[in-house]
Design a protein around this ligand. Structure first.
Ligand code: FDA
Length: 290
């Protein structure tokens, strides 16, 4: 796929480019349009401690460049990229290096959520470190049956958290198989996270979705609760529904776009294809044409 120009072009729809410079350029353009950014160095499930340390180095450089260029951007990383498969100690040491640098620069470090194999370990590590590194943020996935409980735990913690639908293939005992149930779970998450009770704990929710009905719901709930625009944010992915950016900004909503870069795009790209069958058809048409 790497060698096919048509495939590369299609990947570039979702990935800023191979180098950090590509992502920083996109982040600067987004900032100029009033949109914040989250920068992801693509990679996951590394096999050696050396690779995990390199991923941490890459994120230190992301933080350095964000600071130097005065960008409104934060890193968003995966724990298996920092070595979670190699043991929690390896991963924690790498995460702490990145979190400490972020804390000095007063920049959030967002910890993505991966498949359900990692949910407990990811949330436990987050909760353990959040007291020391108040700049850590985490993610919950509406498709998991457990998420309502996790949201309560994170509200108690006064967490900064992203609510997304969830992008991995999970068994029905663990995750709602029907899209309607996932959307309802997401809607319940919005209601709870924007409730007066949650706000008294200083929780800062980010609603990551391109689903207009849910985006409208978040906006409506915030308005009804009299919440200031800086008490929550909306998040979207680079390459998806850019047409929504301007109306959201015009409505005075905080918006952040996640911008991935790097060579290791396969897993990320495949999740973007899988969550929308139309992408797959379009992709194969491009390949045939190419
Ligand atoms: P839904 O799938 O219902 O799509 C709503 C509409 O959005 C579609 O009708 C279409 O118009 C558009 N759309 C959605 N996906 C598209 C695609 N791939 N290509 C083109 N159009 C598309 N997941 C996870 O498990 N862990 C994580 O840490 C994160 N992090 C994260 C950060 C941010 C900022 C976002 C926006 C998303 C994530 N996700 C994630 C991914 C998330 O779980 C989910 O898979 C995608 O956001 C797609 O679901 P939607 O909420 O957009 O809804």
């Amino acid at each position: 796929m790497d060698r096919l120009p048509a495939a590369r072009r299609f990947v570039r729809r979702f990935v800023a480019g191979p180098a950090l410079e590509d992502a920083l350029g996109v982040a600067a353009r987004l900032n100029a349009e009033g949109v914040d950014a989250a920068v992801t160095h693509l990679g996951e499930n590394v096999a050696t401690a050396g690779d995990a340390a390199q991923a941490a180095e890459a994120y230190l450089e992301v933080l350095e460049q964000i600071d130097r260029r005065k960008l409104r951007a934060v890193p968003s990383l995966k724990l298996t990229h920092l070595g979670l498969d190699l043991g929690e100690a390896v991963c924690q040491a790498n995460l702490e290096r990145v979190a400490a640098r972020g804390l000095t620069a007063r920049t959030l470090v967002w910890v993505d959520m991966e498949s359900s194999v990692y949910t407990d370990r990811t949330l436990d590590l987050y909760c353990r470190l959040h007291g020391t590194y108040s700049n850590l943020a985490c993610v919950v996935q509406a498709y998991l049956r457990r998420t309502a409980r996790d949201i309560e735990r994170l509200i108690e913690d006064g967490a900064t958290l992203r609510l997304c639908k969830g992008a991995y293939r999970e068994p029905p005992e663990i995750a709602f198989p029907a899209k309607r149930d996932v959307d309802e779970s997401y809607a319940r998450g919005i209601d709870r996270l924007l409730s007066a009770g949650a706000m008294t704990h200083n929780v800062y929710p980010a609603f990551a979705t391109h689903d207009e009905r849910l985006l409208d719901r978040a906006r409506e709930r915030a308005r009804a609760g009299g919440l200031a625009a800086d008490r929550f944010e909306l998040q979207m992915l680079y390459g998806i529904r850019h047409d929504l950016h301007a109306p959201m900004r015009a409505a005075g909503l905080r918006l952040r776009v996640l911008v991935p870069y790097g060579e290791d795009w396969y897993g990320y790209f495949m999740r973007r294809l899988a969550e929308r069958p139309a992408n797959l058809a379009f992709f194969f048409r491009q390949l045939l044409r190419g």
